[in-house]
Design a protein around this ligand. Sequence first.
Ligand SMILES: Cc1cc2nc3c(=O)[nH]c(=O)nc-3n(C[C@H](O)[C@H](O)[C@H](O)COP(=O)(O)OP(=O)(O)OC[C@H]3O[C@@H](n4cnc5c(N)ncnc54)[C@H](O)[C@@H]3O)c2cc1C
Length: 237
Amino acid sequence: MQIEFQEYVVCGVISEVSGVATLMLTKEDGTVPPFVPGQYVNIFFPETRTSEGKAYSISSAPSESTLSITVRAIGEFSNRLCSMRPGDTVRASLPYGFFYPEADDSELVMLAAGIGIAPFRSMIRHIAKYTLSRRLALFHSVRTLSDAIFLEECTELRQKFPNFSLTHFVTRDAEVQNEYVIPHRIEPTDILSRVSDVSRAEFLICGSISFTRDMWRGLRKAGVNEEKLYTEAFFSH
Ligand SMILES: Cc1cc2nc3c(=O)[nH]c(=O)nc-3n(C[C@H](O)[C@H](O)[C@H](O)COP(=O)(O)OP(=O)(O)OC[C@H]3O[C@@H](n4cnc5c(N)ncnc54)[C@H](O)[C@@H]3O)c2cc1C
């Protein structure tokens, strides 16, 4: 597929946790292209050999005046993105992708590993603005709580919206343990026991290939219908 790239301007850069930055972008005319929460843009650097660029999920809501991507610096593309400054320009595609729920009133169960929280932040912000009655459950797997991207924002939303539940699964040093912080890897049983109505829920899974595969298999085994499962795999392991 031939992807069309356009110039975007970096309007702001926010340092989230160590090694993770959010870039706020607009098109050169100051606008933001329309998109559905869950979609991504392809970023293209002309001097690299990747002709189609690399994908970065949109982490802002469609109503915002800038389009954000949230990037973990681990290699060539991501390090370049994380070192960008306001006023820099970057080539990016229009939004693409199908990682979003079919229904608009289902209970949304979001399973993220690490940087896999990016598309969910877009969905959560969008829903928090328009449909406060919708039930949302975010399960975020992190190494330590200090690696938990958007921790403060998500905690504030949990405190504000009774319909939003937030649980962190901490795989290394869990200094805090309570009903919101569980000191082990996510297991499908942990998820299903925290979902109010599994038959009305849609499950979205985002992270490494192994995380999305394990969660998908676990939920299928626990009886979740294949049509209710959506995955977005970021990395090869
Ligand atoms: C649909 C889609 C959406 C994506 N959205 C995002 C996003 O919102 N934010 C984001 O940061 N990335 C996202 N990615 C990943 C992104 O496209 C790049 O693959 C990533 O930034 C690495 O590219 P790089 O050139 O920096 O590193 P590379 O030089 O390609 O990678 C260096 C090495 O690190 C490995 N690696 C990559 N990620 C990890 C990891 N998390 N843990 C351990 N090893 C890893 C790679 O397999 C590779 O071996 C997304 C990918 C897809 C397919």
